[in-house]
Design a protein around this ligand. Structure first.
Ligand SMILES: [Zn+2]
Length: 408
């Protein structure tokens, strides 16, 4: 059987290797994909530095004889590299892995072991899910942790970094494995690789790790949500944590400049701003309400049908306005609010007739969206005022009893 020697097991820090091609097959793609895509090939090598997508971690990227390695998968113990060129079986290749993302993965993964080991020993919960993606690292535990407990874990994890402890990975003999206490202990047929961070974690793991905990740099828990009866936390380690910190500092700087507040009190300044907004909105509602009352009073009593345009009315005010006006007109009242650029929201209302047929006309002629009851419909459209007026002047006659009065 073909097997590939896992060079990344022996030295996680090597980036270049030579290997022989054992096989090369066209990469299976669906008919749909095949039309648009250039042909891809799956190659198996006698040895590789490419870590495949495995155990929740994304695959290494890099190249084989300068051709990009687009994906690396492992199936039944065979590591398959997908690339855009065919390679003759028996030929020799030079492979190169992209060091920056690989090293970042090593930092994140070693950080994950420290966190999972600590959560297990302090709170007894197991890591039941792990995802190490290009941007996010998430860990799922089968028990909930409070913010204080998470802070404790984070503090202890960073202490493990300051101690710069050696991390080692070995394949212990079976008799030793049987009596060893470690995380992820399941009955495996092949040899089991044990990654140990003395004092913090012992776990079965196939991924490359940093040599010493100091290389992780920092472990920061950046998010925590309840998940499947337990918790899902996000972490950032090493350079990713630095980039995350930069992004957040830029955001905080911008907020503090915009609100002329110190960074330490930016949240208080935002809360104050929200409170002011709430007060202003209340005042605006009151003003709009007295405005529509005055406007409604100015409209002729006993109008037949009304079509009105208002540049800005809050949805609740628009409804109030419609209620005031239906009292004054014997037919249908239509209120549009908005502008040509952003579109219009409308209400069609009547106390005497079904307004839905007129709404259907707007839907078919103006591609409007909306609906409601026989007495009142609400909707929106992206037509111009000119198009709306044109429709009412020329096509809406059959839906209206009597004259249509226009207020713009
Ligand atoms: Zn692991």
């Amino acid at each position: 059987m073909m097997t590939t020697k896992k060079l990344y097991d022996e030295d996680a820090y090597r980036t270049q290797f030579n290997a022989s091609v054992l096989s090369c097959e066209p990469h299976p793609v669906s008919d749909k994909e095949a039309e648009a895509r250039i042909p891809l090939y799956d190659i198996v090598l006698d040895q590789t530095l490419f870590f495949p997508e495995e155990g929740g971690q994304n695959a290494d990227t890099g190249s084989v004889n300068s051709h990009p390695v687009l994906d690396v998968q492992i199936k039944d113990g065979i590591i398959v590299h997908t690339t855009d060129a065919p390679f003759a079986p028996g030929s020799e290749i030079t492979g190169q892995i992209d060091w920056k993302p690989r090293y970042s993965n090593m930092q994140q993964h070693s950080g994950e072991h420290i966190i999972s080991g600590l959560v297990h020993s302090y709170f007894g919960y197991d890591n039941v899910g792990f995802h190490l993606g290009v941007k996010n690292v998430t860990l799922d535990f089968n028990g909930f942790l409070t913010p204080e407990q998470l802070e404790l874990i984070e503090t202890l994890a960073n202490e493990a970094i300051y101690q710069n402890i050696e991390i080692n990975a070995v394949y212990p003999p079976k008799e030793q494995l049987d009596i060893l206490e470690y995380r992820s202990k399941i009955e495996l047929t092949g040899p089991v690789r044990i990654v140990t961070i003395p004092g913090y974690d012992i776990c079965a793991c196939c991924a490359p790790h940093v040599k010493r905990t100091g290389e992780i740099g920092i472990i920061k828990i950046t998010d925590a949500v309840r998940y499947k009866g337990g918790i899902r936390i996000s972490i950032q380690c090493g350079n990713r944590a630095l980039e995350d910190f930069r992004m957040k500092q830029q955001q905080l700087n911008a907020i503090s400049v915009l609100l002329s507040a110190k960074q330490e009190t930016a949240a208080d300044a935002v809360a104050k701003l929200k409170e002011d907004m709430f007060t202003l909105k209340g005042q605006m509602f009151a003003l709009q309400n007295s405005l529509i009352e005055q406007k409604a009073a100015a409209i002729l009593q006993e109008s037949e049908n009304l079509l009105l345009f208002e540049s800005h009315l809050e949805p609740a005010m628009q409804k109030n306005y419609a209620n005031l006006l239906t009292e004054k007109c014997s037919g249908i009242c239509i209120i549009f609010t908005g502008n040509d650029k952003e579109g219009y929201r409308y209400i069609i209302a009547s106390l005497s007739q079904d307004v839905r047929p007129l709404n259907n006309l707007l839907k078919t002629q103006l591609q409007a969206k909306g609906g409601g009851s026989k007495e009142m419909v609400q909707g929106s459209c992206h037509s111009s005022k000119e198009q709306i007026c044109h429709l009412f002047e020329n096509c809406a006659g059959q839906y209206l009893n009597g004259r249509l009065q226009l207020y713009t």
